[in-house]
Design a protein around this ligand. Structure first.
Ligand code: MEV
Length: 425
């Protein structure tokens, strides 16, 4: 038999079904597996095929709705798309604690994104920097000619910054084109503008432009949220102290800060996926922002006020859109946006910051109080029971037994399932 090859010329030109036939042969997929891939539910395969390349199916991820969220005095239901158990319940729980004292306050600084233009080979980069800055109006005009629609909506290129940086290959002039993207995430608009003004930058500086691309470190588009939680709502002053100690730990140790921030991103990214926003961009921006001081720090802060109550705040870049991209193409993302009821990208960004803070609070409270495993155990056990092959009410029975034994393992689940099915038959 000839060895299997993944070199398949013209694969991209095929229809999803034809591609799937090839993949089926390559990976020895069964008819059922092929069927499962083709069954793309509410994302028609033709639409999926227009969204990305080489499509052969779609993967459904559960959407849960976090409740109890009071943000800026308004009630929100938060659709969250995530595969991890406990996250949605934890967010709802934290939001319930917060709403007793007014919920969350949240805002987003602006919808301005940064396009970077890298220029090298300039003998006198500081002179070049001055000349680029002094050509600001001309450069902005050229940028804005690329997107009359965005300009007509009140957005577009609004300012210019220039920095000389030292690199391994000598100084570089990095021009930042600041673009107000309004309700779009803006990557397409910013990249088009950065490419359009690049020849001007070369002419002005005498240097050579290489990269022209958006920066995901969106420091002009910061979402902020803060809340005060009554000490009684969180479980007493000892728990408040535990949460503050957890924050102090994270702010002194990047190993902990990474996990602290992961907990925040559990909430933020679940909303990003539900609304089909570019979650990789948000994730990259968040972690770069966490390290912007030169040290990787937690994105949130937890303090105890003079009454012994818990005060939390968060600030992170939040490049999200409510128009453009996949958000307005994916039928489920459109519905999730409707559930959220946000009127603008800034509002969505603010809500997402509040969800991140709530998620962080829930994790820290569980860690500082009972430990995270107790809450996680039941949901984890459910997944293991299903993996072991349990169906219907056997799932609950199996979960109960595993939790009682505190042994949540696939091998044990299989043994118990055998016992239960033989005693039932
Ligand atoms: C798990 O997905 C997230 C946590 O590890 C976050 C944290 O430790 O703060 C619980």
């Amino acid at each position: 038999m000839l060895p299997k090859t993944s070199r398949i010329p013209g694969f991209y030109k095929l229809k999803p079904k034809e591609r799937l036939e090839i993949v089926k042969d390559f990976a020895s997929l069964t008819e059922d597996e092929v069927e499962a891939l083709m069954n793309t539910g509410s994302l028609p395969i033709e639409l999926a095929d227009r969204m990305i390349e080489n499509v052969i199916g779609a993967i459904p991820i559960p959407i849960g709705v976090a409740v109890n969220f009071l943000i800026n005095g308004r009630d929100y239901m938060i659709p969250m798309a995530i595969e991890e158990p406990s996250v949605v319940a934890a967010a709802s729980n934290a939001a319930r604690m917060a709403r007793r004292s007014g919920g969350f306050h949240a805002e987003c600084t602006s919808s301005v994104m940064i396009g970077q233009i890298q220029c090298v080979g300039i003998k006198d980069p500081y002179r070049a920097k001055m000349e680029v800055l002094s050509a600001k109006e001309e450069i902005l005009q050229k940028a804005n000619e690329q997107d009359p629609l965005l300009v007509s909506l009140g957005g577009g290129a609004i300012d210019l910054e220039a920095r000389v940086i030292d690199t391994r290959s000598g100084p570089m002039l990095i021009t930042h084109l600041l673009v107000d993207c309004k309700d779009a995430m803006g990557a397409n608009a910013v990249n088009t503008m950065a490419e359009a003004v690049a020849p001007m930058i070369e002419r002005i500086t005498g240097g050579r432009v290489y990269l022209r691309i958006i920066s995901n470190l969106a420091t002009k588009r910061l979402a902020r949220a803060w809340t005060k939680i009554d000490k009684e709502a969180v479980g007493g002053e000892e728990v408040v102290d535990g949460i503050v100690e957890a924050y102090n730990f994270a702010s002194a140790d990047p190993y902990r800060a990474a996990t602290h921030n992961k907990g925040i991103m559990n909430g933020v990214i679940a909303v990003a996926i539900a609304t089909c926003n570019d979650h990789r961009a948000i994730e990259a921006g968040a972690h770069a922002y966490a390290a912007i001081s030169g040290r990787y720090l937690p994105l949130s802060v937890w303090e105890k006020n003079e009454d012994g109550d818990l005060v939390g705040s968060i600030e992170l870049p939040m490049a999200v859109g409510t128009v453009g991209g996949a958000t307005r193409v994916h039928p489920i993302a459109k519905i999730c946006l409707k559930i959220l009821g946000v009127k603008s990208a800034n509002e969505l960004a603010a809500v997402m910051a509040a969800v991140g803070l709530a998620q962080n609070l829930a994790a820290l409270r569980a860690l500082a109080d009972e430990g995270i495993q107790r809450g996680h155990m039941k949901l984890h056990a459910r997944n293991i029971a299903i993996q072991a092959g349990a169906k219907g009410e056997l799932i609950d029975l199996l979960v109960q037994r595993m939790v009682e034994e505190r042994k949540i393992r696939l091998d044990r689940a299989k043994e118990l399932l055998k016992e239960l099915t033989s005693s039932n038959s």
